[in-house]
Design a protein around this ligand. Structure first.
Ligand code: SF4
Length: 342
C-alpha cells in the first residue's frame, strides 16, 4: 500500500501511471496532500468517484496516528504521534499572539544518543532515526488536525538532527518545494556535531543554524553536555566560523540559563569572550524544570542581568518566550512522557 503523505510529485506520478491516469491527476493529488491537508482519499473531491475507488485500492493518505493531543493554556499544541512500528515522537505547534507565524517544532529521531543532562529525551537513549517521510508527516498531521498552514519549522524536538542529516535534508527540501516554506524559515538546531556542521555548510542551504551552546567554558559544558568531550568548544567555534563564512548566514546561539550553574557574571563574561568574533544572535532560554533533575530556573532579575551583560557586547539578545510549559512542551521537556516510557 502506498502512503501518499511525504511523496514528491514524481513519485505520485508513478502511482497515477500505474492507474493509467494523466499527470494532471498526480498534480491534483499533490495539492490535496500538501496545500489542502486532507486526511482521506474521499476528500479529494475533484477526482472522479471511480478514480478515487481505484486509488483507494493501492494507497492511503497516511498511516500515522495521533495517540495523545494536549493543549496548553497559551494555545501551544503538543502531539504524541505513533508510527506503524509502535514508536512514538512528540511534535509541537507554537503560536504567538502578536505574530502570524505558526511554528512546528519537529522531532528527527526516536530518543537521542547525545544525553544532555537537562533534557528529558536524552534519558531514553537513542532508539532509531526517523525517515524523511516521518519528519514530514509530523507537519502534515498538524495541518490536517488544525486546518492551519504551518509557516516555520524548527528541528528542536526529540533527537539530534545532524545525526540524521540525510533524512533532515530530504525533509527540508520537501518543506521548501512542496509546502512552500522558505529555507530561511527553517531552523536546524544542533548540540555541536562538528563534522556534520561542515557537511551542512557544504549544502549551502539558506536555513538557519542554531547551536545549543548552553555553557561558556569546557568545565560547565562537559558537565551538562557530554558531546563537549568529543567536540570541544575551541573546535566547535572554528566549525561555526567556517559555516558562517561558507553560507554568509548569521547563526543563533541557544543558551539555557540554569540557576547558579551558568547564569553568573563570570559565565556572562566568558560567553561574551567566546562569541565576540562570531556573527550570531543569542537566544536565552530560562530552564524549564522537569521531574528528572534538580536544576532550577534563575529568577527574572538574574535573567535580565545576564541579558544586559551580553547586550553590552553589541549582540542581539532575546529571552525565548516560554510556550507550553504546563504540558511539558517547552524546550528540553519533550520525552514521550505520555507513553509512560520515562
Ligand atoms: S537536548 Fe537535544 S541533543 Fe541533547 S539529549 Fe536532548 S534531544 Fe538530544
Amino acid at each position: 500500500m502506498y502512503i501518499l503523505s511525504g511523496l514528491t510529485l514524481d513519485e505520485i506520478e508513478k502511482i497515477t501511471d500505474e492507474l493509467h491516469a494523466s499527470k494532471f491527476r498526480a498534480r491534483q493529488i499533490h495539492n490535496w496532500i500538501y496545500l489542502k491537508s486532507v486526511s482521506s482519499i474521499d476528500e479529494m473531491t475533484d477526482l472522479s468517484v471511480k478514480f478515487r475507488e481505484e486509488l483507494k485500492k493501492i494507497a492511503v493518505v497516511t498511516n500515522i496516528k495521533i495517540k495523545v493531543k494536549q493543549t496548553s493554556s497559551d494555545g501551544t499544541l503538543k502531539y504524541l504521534l505513533e508510527f506503524p512500528d509502535g514508536e512514538c515522537v512528540e511534535t509541537v505547534l507554537m503560536r504567538f499572539d502578536n505574530r502570524a507565524n505558526l511554528t512546528a517544532c519537529v522531532s528527527s529521531q526516536v530518543g537521542c544518543a547525545v544525553n544532555c543532562s537537562f533534557c528529558a529525551t536524552g534519558k531514553r537513549g537513542f532508539i532509531r532515526n526517523l525517515t524523511y517521510k516521518e519528519i514530514i508527516e509530523q507537519v502534515l498531521t498538524i495541518q490536517r488536525d488544525t486546518g492551519l498552514k504551518v509557516t516555520n519549522i524548527v528541528f528542536m524536538g526529540q533527537g539530534e538532527p545532524l545525526l540524521n542529516l540525510d533524512n533532515v535534508l530530504k525533509a527540508m527540501k520537501i518543506f521548501n518545494e512542496n509546502f512552500q516554506i522558505g529555507a530561511r524559515r527553517i531552523t536546524v538546531s544542533t548540540a555541536g556535531i562538528i563534522p556534520k556542521i561542515k557537511e551542512l555548510a557544504n549544502t549551502e542551504m539558506q536555513s538557519t543554524l542554531a547551536i545549543s551552546l548552553h555553557a561558556p567554558n569546557h568545565e560547565i559544558r562537559k558537565q551538562i553536555m557530554p558531546v563537549e568531550n568529543k567536540y570541544p568548544l575551541p573546535e566547535l567555534k572554528q566549525a561555526l566560523k567556517n559555516y558562517i563564512d561558507k553560507t554568509g548566514r548569521r547563526i543563533t546561539v541557544e543558551y539555557l540559563l540554569i540557576k547558579d550553574l551558568n547564569d553568573t557574571l563570570e559565565s556572562a563574561k566568558q560567553l561574551v569572550q567566546y562569541l565576540h568574533d562570531l556573527k550570531c544572535n543569542i537566544n536565552l532560554i530560562p530552564y524549564n524544570p522537569t521531574a528528572k533533575n534538580d536544576y532550577q530556573r534563575p529568577s527574572n532579575n538574574s535573567i535580565m542581568r545576564f541579558k544586559s551583560l551580553l547586550e553590552q557586547s553589541g549582540k542581539k539578545v532575546t529571552v525565548r518566550l516560554e510556550r507550553g510549559s504546563d504540558i511539558d512542551a517547552a524546550c528540553g521537556q519533550l520525552s514521550g512522557k505520555a507513553q509512560g516510557t520515562v
